[in-house]
Design a protein around this ligand. Structure first.
Ligand SMILES: Nc1ncnc2c1ncn2[C@@H]1O[C@H](COP(=O)(O)OP(=O)(O)OP(=O)(O)O)[C@@H](O)[C@H]1O
Ligand SMILES: Cc1cn([C@H]2C[C@H](O)[C@@H](COP(=O)(O)O)O2)c(=O)[nH]c1=O
Length: 215
């Protein structure tokens, strides 16, 4: 069975994920590489509703565990309906956030137990892990200031700076635990420089997979 390449983008608020995903997708298009782009929470009708509930209703009380379970429900649907089928077609899947965001935000940020999160995530995804994760690292104060230029903050963006600092540290700890999967990038580099680094990594990964005969 052919197997595509699963790429995720992670990082604190305003780190530049959306910007870099758009640039990567343009390069994939120009090169004629079959791909899809999706995001969490979202990517399916259920995921879009979860996004509405967890992010866009700022006054809604959502405790940490139900918050995580809502993200997990969105993830389970996305993996089953969108990500796995695309990978089985041999495509590149580019996803804006995935399970590492739960470990960073609900684990490091909210204080939920990492073992519990990992267990439920495994059930939600059938153990599907990204092949390559770009972590755009940035001081959360800088990222939140960037995000503020987009308009009204969502429920997570309203959380205090200490929360966002724990999230950043959580992401960096994950990257240290899995150096082969993670590529940590400096979110303060210019968009052009980041685009170049990301494309070089993706081309290298695609070349390696083709050599192994997986695509
Ligand atoms: N490398 C960069 N340097 C300076 N500004 C940037 C850079 N990349 C993106 N920006 C700007 O920062 C803001 C946030 O960027 P973007 O939406 O790509 O981040 P994001 O990581 O997707 O954010 P979020 O997770 O909050 O949705 C935008 O105004 C964008 O133009
Ligand atoms: C997948 C996932 C996301 N989050 C948070 C992180 C962000 O604050 C929002 C997503 O907004 P974006 O503008 O699309 O980046 O949701 C989370 O807390 N836990 C998760 O698992």
């Amino acid at each position: 069975m052919s197997r595509g390449l699963f790429i995720t983008f992670e990082g604190p608020e305003g780190a530049g994920k959306t910007t870099q995903i758009a640039r990567l997708v343009e390069r994939l298009q120009d090169t004629g590489i079959a791909h899809i782009v999706t995001r969490e929470p979202g990517g399916t009708p259920l995921g879009t509703r979860v996004r509405q509930v967890v992010l866009l209703e700022p006054d809604l009380q959502v405790d940490p565990l139900p918050e995580f379970l809502l993200y997990s429900a969105s993830r389970a649907q996305l993996v089953e309906r969108v990500i796995r089928p695309a990978l089985e077609r041999g495509e590149v899947v580019v996803c804006d956030r995935y399970a590492d965001s739960s470990l960073a935000y609900q684990g490091a940020g909210r204080g939920l137990d990492a073992g519990l999160l990992t267990q439920i995530t495994h059930a939600a995804t059938g153990g599907l892990q990204p092949d390559l994760t770009f972590l755009l690292d940035l001081d959360p104060a800088v990222g939140l200031a960037r995000a503020a230029t987009r308009g009204e903050p969502d429920r997570l963006e309203r959380a205090d700076l200490g929360f966002h600092q724990r999230v950043r540290a959580g992401f960096l700890a994950l990257a240290q635990q899995e150096p082969k999967r993670f590529c940590v990038l400096d979110g303060t580099d210019s968009p052009d420089e980041l685009e170049r680094q990301i494309w070089n990594m993706v081309v290298g990964k695609l070349g390696a997979i083709r050599t192994e005969g997986q695509v």
